[in-house]
Ligand binder design. Structure first.
Ligand code: ATP
Ligand code: MG
Length: 470
């Protein structure tokens, strides 16, 4: 059951709009973990990408628990992008949980509970189950409809074969419904789970491939199964500890998984689950897959969260923790002390630090090119050169934002390719940080609340208040 819900969730998140990082498809490393100059949407930032690659390798081997990595660098140097690249290259089965530091303070639960849930979202459990299945090629489906509708439920017969045997099964109403839903016809290869009665279509038999020339491109052809019709099959479900928690906490129910409205989960529930999972591990039924927990904007955490993290990392099931920040030496939230990145020294000491560097002009140009492709915007050579220059002078983010805006300007004048004029037009229309600050300096007196001068305290506001009124 749990596995079903997992696949539904993945589908939901796949409907994505073009976001800030949708062009990132991985870390762009070759098989020796050497970064390619530009690959999988990633450009430059070679040493940070290489470091991230080593961490991904460490996670995939799954032997080490409780390591933590810090991505530190100036704003817009690709820290979040690298974390997204790690998420993409880590593989489907390994959980990757994402969280922004400030989220901990806005949820309707305590900070440590939110952190605990995040940790458990990043720990996967691979559960192995042996199921009895019937697998074979459908020879015939025969359904007897009752003469008077509604008089009796439908009955029928299903003939299945393998290369060695053929058996006729009697069908009940539920199975008939299942066959109808899957549109099973003769020539299909199907599997029936004996316990649940669930029918899955595995494909069409090769022997029938010539009979129908009008099959869709998505039709999969498979061999007719051999051996016995009834088999024992090993099925592997991958769920996270958090999902098991939610499903088993009776007050919430599994629907909470979709709404995210899980509330606090009681400690006893977690303890029971940990004991159960430990039992399964001993019996060889389950394996723990430590994943990655990524906390962006980690300087937003306060001293209590940091001490929780210190402890949580010492657990043997702990995932690899990746945190990112763009702060320099600043106050640790919840204290009056200053420290590098706003992270307490004892926690900082546990971190491997990967630093990101500002981009060169060449890198900026390549990133802008990739973004143009991603957003489906065609741009003339001169426009690109100007946009790159704007990117160098202001910031990469500002230049990326101008792509969409200039494409709209181009559309407005019914052009097909974004030209120099479109870029200059939106450059004049939208201010970057530098120009906006400059403007503020000049016209400061006309804005509200400027009456409180720096170093003026909150004392006599009257004098400067007229500036606001006039
Ligand atoms: N090496 C790169 N290759 C491709 N795109 C990149 C690269 N670095 C950054 N970008 C893109 O540039 C934009 C800004 O980068 P990102 O958001 O990762 O910065 P950041 O370091 O997280 O900044 P902040 O500290 O402000 O959060 C994003 O759209 C990102 O996808
Ligand atoms: Mg970021």
């Amino acid at each position: 059951m749990a596995e079903l819900k997992l696949s539904d969730m993945k589908d939901l998140t796949r409907i994505e709009r073009i976001g800030a990082h949708s062009h990132i498809r991985g870390l762009g490393l070759d098989s020796c973990l050497e970064p390619r100059q530009a690959s999988e949407g990633m450009v430059g930032q070679i040493s940070a990408r290489k470091g991230a690659g080593v961490i991904v390798k460490m996670v995939q081997e799954g032997k080490i628990a409780g390591r933590a990595v810090l991505l530190a660098g100036q704003p817009g140097t690709g820290k979040t992008a690298i974390a997204m690249g790690m998420a993409k290259s880590i593989g489907e089965e390994t959980p990757f949980a994402c969280l922004a530091g400030s989220e901990l303070f806005s949820l309707e639960m305590s900070k440590t509970e939110a952190l605990m849930q995040a940790f458990r979202k990043a720990i996967g459990v691979r559960i192995k189950e042996e199921n009895e299945v019937i697998e074979g090629e459908v020879v015939e489906v025969q359904i007897d409809r009752p003469a008077v509708s509604g008089a009796a439920s439908k009955t029928g017969k299903l003939t299945l074969k393998t290369t060695e045997m053929e058996t006729v099964y009697d069908l009940g109403a539920k199975m008939i419904e299942g066959l109808g839903k899957e549109k099973v016809q003769s020539g299909d290869v199907i599997g029936i789970d004996k316990a649940s009665g669930k029918i899955t279509k595995l494909g069409r038999s090769f022997t029938r491939s010539r009979e129908y020339d009008a099959v869709g491109a998505q039709t999969k052809f498979v061999q007719c199964p051999d051996g016995e019709l009834q088999k024992r099959k090993e099925i592997v479900h991958c769920v996270t500890l958090h999902e098991i928690d939610v499903i088993n906490s009776r007050t919430q129910g599994f629907l909470a998984l979709f709404t995210g409205d899980t509330g606090e989960i009681r400690a006893e529930v977690r303890e029971q689950i940990d004991t159960k999972v430990a039992e399964w591990r001993e019996e060889g039924k389950a394996e723990i897959v430590p994943g990655v927990l990524f906390i962006d904007e980690v300087h937003m955490l306060d001293i209590e969260c940091f001490s929780f993290l210190n402890r949580a990392l010492e657990n043997e099931m702990s995932p690899i923790l990746v945190v990112a920040t763009n702060r320099g030496i600043t106050t640790i939230r919840g204290t009056n002390y200053k420290s590098p990145h706003g992270i307490p020294i004892d926690f900082l000491d546990r971190l491997l630090i990967i630093s990101t560097q500002p981009y060169t002009e060449e890198d900026i140009r390549k990133i802008l090119d990739i973004r143009c492709q991603e957003e489906d915007v065609e741009m003339s050579e001169e426009a690109r050169i100007l946009l790159t220059k704007i990117g160098v002078d202001t910031s990469l983010r500002y230049a990326i934002n101008l792509i969409t805006a200039s494409a709209l300007a181009c559309q407005k004048r019914k052009g097909k390719i974004v030209e120099l004029e479109d870029i200059t037009r939106v450059y004049e229309l939208f201010y970057d940080v530098k120009r906006s600050t400059q403007y503020l300096m000049e016209y400061q007196s006309q804005y509200m609340f400027n009456e409180v001068q720096i170093g003026d305290g909150d004392g006599d506001a009257d004098a400067s208040n007229d500036a606001m009124v006039s």
